[in-house]
Design a protein around this ligand. Structure first.
Ligand code: SF4
Length: 226
């Protein structure tokens, strides 16, 4: 539920408690403070979602079940970027809800974060058939949406999950094990590279270096920020 929906629900509940089921309007409708106080990025991000959710710029627009925009805190300091929706994400329209998403939730907990503290999305907003790698043309058409999301959220750090996301954002074609050792800038925002949680499920040996990455993220962007 968006913060706007939440504010409206709270307002209607308060009104119902005061006036019963009749909604009184006296010609001058004052907007409740909760609504006017909604942080601007939330409004802009939901408007942007509305604007692009029927996109069919590439062929994936015709084969997806659901458009998967992103999920989490619209004012997050940390934005996680994956590759593309998988089967569960396509079915539900929410990113990172399958086994890999659940593993990511556990890793976040280990650094004292909840899903609602961060924002998470993918380079592609629609699922490639059979989870194949995104095509260069699909990335080129879809990446501007990601750029706009990041401009609206203005995070302190972007964490790319997996090689495709890192390669797309950083324009680097290096092994992920090499890329994860540095911090980069994407449009002026610190960018850290780590493994996709699906890779950790396939290869448990990667859990140790991934945990080192998350400790670095915690120490640099959470503890340092107080
Ligand atoms: S993948 Fe991106 S560019 Fe392609 S249809 Fe979906 S939203 Fe549009």
């Amino acid at each position: 539920m968006s913060p706007v929906d939440d504010s409206v629900r709270r307002y209607l509940k308060q009104t119902q408690e005061l006036f019963g089921d009749t909604l009184y309007l006296d010609g001058t409708v004052s907007i409740p403070e909760q609504i006017s106080m909604t942080p601007e990025p939330a409004i802009k991000l939901s408007a942007f979602h509305e604007q692009i959710r029927h996109c069919e710029k590439c062929a994936l627009g015709k084969t997806r079940t659901n458009f998967v925009f992103g999920d989490g805190n619209d004012n997050a300091d940390l934005v996680f970027v994956g590759e593309a929706p998988g089967k569960q994400e396509d079915l539900l329209g929410i990113p990172f809800v399958g086994r890999a998403g659940k593993l990511l939730d556990r890793i976040l907990e280990a650094i004292n974060l909840k899903r609602s503290d961060i924002y998470i999305c993918n380079v592609l907003k629609c699922r490639p058939p059979n989870n194949r790698d995104p095509l260069a043309g699909e990335i080129e058409l879809c990446e501007p949406y990601l750029q706009t999301q990041l401009e609206l959220i203005k995070p302190k750090v972007i964490i790319t999950l997996g090689r495709v996301a890192a390669k797309t954002l950083l324009r680097l074609d290096l092994p992920l094990g090499q890329m994860r050792k540095n911090t980069y800038l994407y449009h002026g925002i610190d960018t850290v590279v780590t493994y996709h949680p699906a890779a950790l499920l396939r290869n448990p040996n990667l859990k140790k270096p991934a945990w080192e990455d998350f400790q670095r993220i915690r120490d640099t962007y959470l503890i340092a920020a107080g």
